[in-house]
Design a protein around this ligand. Structure first.
Ligand SMILES: C[S@@+](CC[C@H](N)C(=O)[O-])C[C@H]1O[C@@H](n2cnc3c(N)ncnc32)[C@H](O)[C@@H]1O
Length: 243
């Protein structure tokens, strides 16, 4: 296993973390995550409540309508694999890797990919804050609703930048309204509390949403060649290109 992957056994995190380790590698356990415990609640919300941005992602990333054959795309915090599978299904010539820290979410993702008969889509349990990939491995990085719950956003952006090839692009989608974005968290907290007499999950009760200014401020931490940030209805988006 690569040194910075997350051990695949639930509740175990790779040992011997490096010095600038994030809290995840330092010993937070996956059984402390709502996405692990009540995965189906998030899956339900993803399917029935949230906007499906597949067409928007395609139009923004590939204005010609078609990625080049062999395009390597990675989705960070892929959850149940909604976008990874949709893109892999639409474009059989690209290669899609979905990564998430939650084994339960990945199980849903793998089942979805298998049900669709996809063989250009794989899922890995890896920390988005410390990706086990070499520099410049991917053409495209995708992250949807990840920064809402990611503690070290600058580090997340730095990892996106690092794994992108020159001229590579990343697409980020984040909700704008805390109330609506908090519905899955609230539902998961509620059901996790009913199922188990414990609390102490790492996720907040309320989603963190970015003001327009805070969202724009995420990106200058890396030397992007171009950054475009815009808002459409309940979401804000960014498209960043590496020089
Ligand atoms: C709100 S969900 C978004 C899922 C999916 N991208 C979507 O659009 O529905 C956030 C996902 O990020 C994952 N996640 C949180 N922190 C992570 C980290 N440090 N590394 C990898 N995945 C992480 C969670 O397990 C969860 O599946």
């Amino acid at each position: 296993m690569p040194p910075d992957a997350i051990a695949s056994t639930p509740a175990k995190i790779e040992s011997s973390p490096p010095t600038n380790v994030s809290a995840l590698q330092a010993g937070e356990h996956d059984h402390d995550s709502l996405f692990e415990h009540v995965a189906w609640v998030y899956v339900f919300c993803r399917e029935h409540l949230f906007r499906d941005d597949t067409e928007r992602i395609i139009a923004v990333l590939w204005p010609g309508g078609q990625p080049g054959p062999g395009t390597q795309l990675i989705e960070l915090g892929c959850g149940p694999g909604f976008y990874s599978c949709r893109l892999a299904e639409r474009f059989p010539d690209i290669s899609v890797t979905g990564v998430d820290r939650s084994e339960s979410q990945l199980r849903w993702a793998r089942e979805r990919a298998a049900a669709l008969g996809l063989n250009n889509c794989r899922f890995r349990r890896i920390n988005a804050l410390r990706l086990s990939y070499a520099d410049a491995e991917f053409d495209i990085v995708l992250a949807s609703r990840l920064f809402t719950i990611l503690p070290e956003q600058d580090r997340g952006i730095a990892e996106m930048y690092r794994v992108l090839r020159p001229q590579g692009r990343c697409f980020i989608a984040e909700p704008r309204y805390a109330f609506r974005a908090s519905i899955p968290l609230f539902a998961m907290w509620l059901l996790a509390g009913l199922n188990r007499s414990r609390n102490g999950y790492r996720e907040p009760y309320k989603a963190r949403v970015f003001s327009a200014h805070a969202f724009e401020s995420l990106f200058p931490t890396q030397p992007w060649k171009n950054v475009r940030v815009w808002r459409e209805g309940r979401y804000q988006y960014a498209l960043c290109e590496k020089g």
